[in-house]
Design a binder for this molecule. Structure first.
Ligand code: ADP
Length: 265
């Protein structure tokens, strides 16, 4: 705990009194530290691709000026690095948008069945490229609920993309929907959106930290797969905005399931 101590001497009807004030500033200090860490992380994440870009521009202007093959190769790398920066800036904007909306309840009527169908459909090309199969498991009835359609879609996209990225060729990512049924922990009728993969799994000690900004289990793999380290932080804020819960079950070497529990009203 951090205290701010202030001392003041006052005179009260001829008596001198010394007031010592202890103020608990722990939360304030922690918020300040988190802000400083965040700025340091963002700067580092942006500087890495920028340094690469500057290096390649210098090489293209100098030693590789007349080397056609090298020029093409370097331009490809520069394109990748620029796209990485673009993704990072996009994710930072999404994160700041959902953080600022967290206190505003969503009001749209939407269909989670539809969200699963469109997510699976739009990520099929990415999955095919990675040798991953996407499957869906939907109830016969169409469910409707109150929520923010674009944001719930973003949750499903981020979780499914992770399933594809971190499980590798030959595995399966399954998107399923159950409910609505009574969820005691939310004290409400709620649906469950589940994204399961048959990938490498996550060791238990990493699980509580997965939704921290820029937290990665394997930084090298994340960067190689184009990850920004912000996907699950965005998911967590969207789930909070819907007054829902995010649960993670994982077994090393077997796979991971992310469950999003959202109240229907
Ligand atoms: P990233 O952009 O790095 O994927 P995320 O916030 O989406 O960032 O995820 C944080 C980290 O959690 C990832 O870097 C990865 O190490 C781990 N992770 C997320 N989803 C999975 C998964 N389905 N299987 C294994 N590891 C995962």
């Amino acid at each position: 705990t951090t205290y701010k101590v202030s001392v003041r001497a006052i005179e009260n009807s001829g008596e001198h009194v010394v007031l010592v004030c202890f103020e608990d500033v722990t939360a304030f200090e922690q918020a300040g530290q988190m802000r400083r860490d965040f700025v340091a992380n963002v700067s580092h994440e942006l500087r890495t691709p920028l340094t690469a870009l500057i290096g390649f521009i210098e090489t293209l202007k100098g030693p590789a000026r007349n080397d056609d093959a090298a020029r093409l190769r370097f331009l490809d790398i520069m394109e990748d690095e620029s796209k990485r920066m673009n993704r990072l800036v996009g994710d930072l904007l999404s994160l700041s948008r959902v953080e600022s909306q967290e206190r505003v309840r969503p009001t749209e009527i939407m269909s989670p069945n539809d969200i699963i169908r469109t997510t699976a459909h739009s990520l099929t090309p990415l999955a095919e490229e990675a040798g991953v199969t996407i499957e869906t498991d939907l109830p016969d009835n169409e469910v409707s609920m109150v929520g923010d359609r674009d944001q719930v879609r973003q949750v499903m996209t981020n979780l499914t993309e992770n399933g594809i990225k971190y499980s590798g060729s030959g595995s399966t990512v399954t998107l399923s929907l159950t409910g609505p049924s009574y969820e005691p922990r939310l004290r409400a009728q709620a649906i469950r959106l589940v994204v399961c993969d048959t990938g490498q799994g996550i060791e238990p000690h990493h699980i509580p930290r997965l939704t921290e900004r820029f937290y990665r289990v394997d930084s090298h793999r994340s960067r190689e797969m184009g990850g920004t380290g912000l996907g699950l932080a965005i998911v967590k804020h969207i789930v909070n905005r819907h007054r829902g819960r995010l649960e993670v079950d994982s077994e090393k070497g077997k796979g991971t399931c992310f469950t999003v529990i959202l109240p229907v009203t």
